[in-house]
Ligand binder design. Structure first.
Ligand SMILES: NC(=O)c1ccc[n+]([C@@H]2O[C@H](COP(=O)([O-])OP(=O)(O)OC[C@H]3O[C@@H](n4cnc5c(N)ncnc54)[C@H](O)[C@@H]3O)[C@@H](O)[C@H]2O)c1
Ligand SMILES: [Zn+2]
Length: 373
C-alpha cells in the first residue's frame, strides 16, 4: 500500500503483464495514470447511462487535465447491451472518433460495459489498447481481471468474444458508494468465493470485517485487492482456461442453473445471488458426499446469511422448476459424460477442487432433498 492508500496488484502475463490499481479517488488520477503508461494517447470512453450520470464528468475532467482528448460513447444499462447491435455501436463510435490502434478504449462501468468494450477493443483495428475502470463490485473483483471479453448470442450467454487483456485496470473504491445496495451484496458473493476456493485466512478475515468492507475505507480496498490477487494468480497459471481457472466457477454450476431456471429475471435473482446459493449448495453437497464436514457448510451458510445474501433455493421468490428440470439446466451448463458431471467441490473452507466424476444421480437426489417445493 502506498501513502495515498492505493494498492497495486500485478497481473503476471509476460509481455502482456499489467497493473491493477485499487483505492479511493482513482478516477481523479485516471488521466495521469493512463498518460504515464500510454504517452500521447487519445481515448474513447464507453459507459452506460447510470454510470455516466454519476461518474463520467469526473473521468473526462481527469483525462482533460492530463492532456488526454476523449469522446464518450454511452450505452443503455443492462445485460441486453451485450449484443451484436451494441457491439456495432461501440465499434462505429470508436472509428468515428478516428482513433488509431495505439489509442485507447476505456470501459467505465460494470461487467456488461467491460465485456462489451473489451471485445470492441480486441477487434477494432485488430486490437487497440484497452483500459478498464470497473464501477461495480463484481467488475472490480472479477470481470475486469483476466481478459475475457464478449457478448451474448441467442444461443446463450458469453458465447462470442475474444481474450483481450487490458493495459491497466483502475478500481476506484469510492465509486461503489453509488452502486445499488443489492448489486454491492451480489458482488460480495464473488469476494467470499475467493476465500472459499483456496484462501481460508481471507474467508476468516471476511467473517470478521465484512461490515467495514460494505461501509468503505481501507477494509474495502483490502478485500478488493485480495480478490484481484486471487483471480490474477489463477489467470497467470491458466490464462485460457484449460485447467485450474475452472476453480473460479465455485458455486457457478448450481448458480447458473438457478439463473436459467428463473429466466434470468433480475427481480428474482441476480448473478451474485445465484453464486451465493450455489456456493452454499456446493458445500452442502460436498458434506453429503462425505468430502467435507457439515460444519463447514454451516459456516458458509451463516456468513452468507449475515451479509444478507440468499443461501438456499427457498430464498428465491416465486416457484422453481422441479429437481429433474433443475438437473436438466445443470447438464446444459456442463458437459455430461456417461451420466457424470464436473463440479467444483470442496474438502472444507478454502479447500475446493475440480471433481470430474460426480454422478448425476447423486446430484438429483441432493436437489430433491433441498428443493423448497
Ligand atoms: N469477463 C469476465 O471474466 C466476467 C466475469 C464475471 C462476470 N462477467 C459479466 O459481467 C456482467 C455482470 O456485471 P455487473 O454485475 O457489473 O453488471 P452491470 O454491468 O449490468 O452493472 C450492474 C448495474 O449497476 C449499474 N452500475 C454499475 N456501476 C455503478 C455505479 N458505480 N453506480 C451506480 N450504478 C452502477 C449498472 O448501470 C447496472 O445497472 C455479466 O454480463 C457477466 O457475464 C464477466
Ligand atoms: Zn460469477
Amino acid at each position: 500500500m502506498t501513502n495515498s492508500g492505493v494498492v497495486k496488484v500485478e497481473v503476471g502475463l509476460g509481455d502482456r503483464a499489467y497493473d491493477i490499481l485499487i483505492g479511493a479517488g482513482l478516477i481523479a488520477r485516471a488521466g495521469a495514470e493512463i498518460a504515464a503508461r500510454l504517452p500521447g494517447v487519445r481515448a474513447a470512453i464507453v459507459t452506460d447511462e447510470n454510470v455516466a450520470a454519476a461518474h463520467l464528468d469526473a473521468l473526462t475532467a481527469s483525462l482533460d487535465t492530463a492532456g488526454v482528448a476523449s469522446t464518450a460513447i454511452v450505452m443503455p444499462a443492462g445485460e441486453k447491451t451485450k449484443s451484436f447491435a451494441h457491439l456495432q455501436d461501440v465499434v462505429d463510435g470508436v472509428l468515428a472518433a478516428r482513433l488509431e490502434r495505439r489509442d485507447a478504449v476505456i470501459a467505465l462501468g460494470g461487467g456488461v460495459i467491460g465485456d462489451l468494450t473489451g471485445f470492441a477493443a480486441g477487434i477494432v483495428r485488430r486490437g487497440m489498447n484497452f483500459v478498464q475502470i470497473p464501477t461495480s463490485l463484481l467488475a472490480q473483483v472479477d470481470s475486469s481481471v483476466g481478459g475475457k471479453t464478449g457478448i451474448n448470442s441467442s444461443h446463450g450467454k458469453n458465447l462470442v468474444g475474444v481474450f483481450h487483456q487490458p493495459k491497466l485496470v483502475l478500481a476506484d473504491t469510492d465509486v461503489l458508494d453509488t452502486l445499488p445496495a443489492r448489486e454491492f451484496r451480489a458482488g460480495y458473493a464473488e469476494v467470499a468465493k475467493y476465500g472459499l476456493i483456496d484462501r481460508p485466512d481471507f474467508f476468516a478475515w471476511l467473517e470478521k470485517h465484512w461490515q467495514e468492507v460494505f461501509s468503505g475505507g481501507p477494509a474495502r480496498t483490502q478485500a478488493i485487492a485480495e480478490s484481484c490477487r486471487a483471480k490474477a494468480d489463477v489467470v497467470a497459471r491458466d490464462e485460457f482456461e484449460t485447467g485450474d481457472r475452472a476453480l473460479l466457477n465455485l458455486g457457478h454450476t448450481f448458480g447458473h442453473a438457478l439463473e436459467a431456471a428463473t429466466n434470468y429475471d433480475g427481480a428474482r435473482l441476480v448473478h451474485g445471488e445465484g453464486v451465493a446459493i450455489g456456493m452454499a449448495l456446493a458445500h452442502r453437497f460436498s458434506a453429503r458426499m462425505n468430502l467435507a464436514s457439515p460444519d463447514d457448510a454451516a459456516r458458509v451458510e451463516a456468513h452468507l446469511e449475515a451479509v444478507g445474501l440468499p443461501w438456499r433455493m427457498a430464498d428465491i421468490p416465486g416457484e422453481l422448476p422441479d429437481a429433474e428440470r433443475l438437473l436438466g439446466y445443470i447438464a446444459q451448463d456442463k458437459k455430461v459424460s456417461r451420466g457424470a458431471l464436473t463440479f467444483i467441490l470442496t474438502r472444507g473452507v478454502g479447500r475446493s477442487f475440480i471433481a470430474r466424476d460426480v454422478p448425476a444421480s447423486e446430484v438429483l437426489a441432493f436437489l430433491k432433498e433441498n428443493h423448497p417445493g
